[in-house]
Design a protein around this ligand. Structure first.
Ligand code: SAH
Length: 262
């Protein structure tokens, strides 16, 4: 890192990473939701290639590995997550099939039209849904698929407190209809979409976090950023409690369509 600004940014990211590496998952989801999305794909053999982008420590990667014979390359920006993922792959004896590499989802080291399936749970927001679906499309084989979970509004109007919160964090959040339209405009046929059940957020994500906050704060005592981060994530969980009827994650499974009429 060359300047102070980057250094500060880097330290903050490490603190966030240190928190999430302790959690069961790094984003809302469940093995059941992953497997439910998977069932909309055709059957792939061992020569097929899946990418799992923004994999974190691999919560969905291993659910996928149980479901398919295809090779899965998991990519995450943060090395500590990838180290955990590769250690888990070794422990589960699937290192041949599941390989974690450090990299960015907006700079993929693959040939165009070489990927069968691009999977991404709770992570496309890092580069933006619109940008991501367009950029990834060129890496898919002509009949390839994407399976993405993304933040969505579940109703057409919403209280201002939750609107303002999301508008600050991720202004690209939109209704399921709007996301489907974006996928169609980007050259995909939408095969299925479904809303992730609430336990993906509570039982699998916010509740386990409650169990690690104290130890994390103790390990980072005196670190203002760490304290503010815990306050933020606690507020986020309280908002979910209050407003879960208005927003959530939806899974979108879509197939690339070639030669679209102009
Ligand atoms: N899919 C995982 C993690 C979701 S959290 C799960 O559902 O548990 C979002 C993940 O995206 C984090 O692991 C973060 O490190 C990763 N990430 C952020 N920016 C990224 C980028 N540009 N390229 C790849 N991964 C990125």
């Amino acid at each position: 890192m060359e300047n102070n600004e980057n250094n500060i940014h880097n330290i903050d990211v490490n603190v966030i990473c240190d928190f999430f590496i302790r959690n069961r998952r790094q984003g809302p989801g469940s093995n059941e939701a992953t497997k439910c999305a998977f069932q909309f794909l055709p059957k792939y053999g061992r020569n097929a290639l899946f990418l799992d982008l923004g994999s974190g420590t691999g919560s969905q990667t291993f659910a996928l590995a149980e479901s398919t014979e295809a090779k899965i390359i998991a990519i995450d920006l943060f090395k500590p997550f990838i180290d955990v993922l590769n250690a888990r792959a070794k422990q589960k004896c699937v290192s041949e099939k599941v390989q974690g590499i450090v990299g960015s989802m907006d700079n993929l080291p693959f040939e165009k039209e070489s990927i069968d399936v691009i999977w991404c749970e709770g992570a496309i927001y890092n580069i933006g849904f619109q940008y991501g679906i367009n950029y990834w499309r060129s890496f898919l084989k002509p009949d390839g698929y994407i399976a993405i979970s993304e933040s969505v509004w579940l109703t057409n109007s919403r209280p201002s407190e939750i609107y303002d919160f999301w508008n600050e964090c991720y202004p690209e959040i939109d209704t399921i209809d709007a996301k489907i339209r974006q996928l169609q405009d980007a050259g995909y046929k939408v095969i299925a979409s479904f809303i992730l059940p609430e336990n993906c957020w509570t039982e699998n994500y916010y509740v386990p976090m409650d169990g690690i906050k104290q130890a994390f704060l103790a390990d980072n005592s005196g670190n203002d950023f760490a304290e503010n981060f815990i306050a933020h994530i606690t507020h986020e969980a309280e908002l979910y409690d209050k407003y879960h009827d208005y927003y959530g994650y939806a899974f979108f499974i879509a197939q690339k369509v070639c030669d679209m009429a102009k």
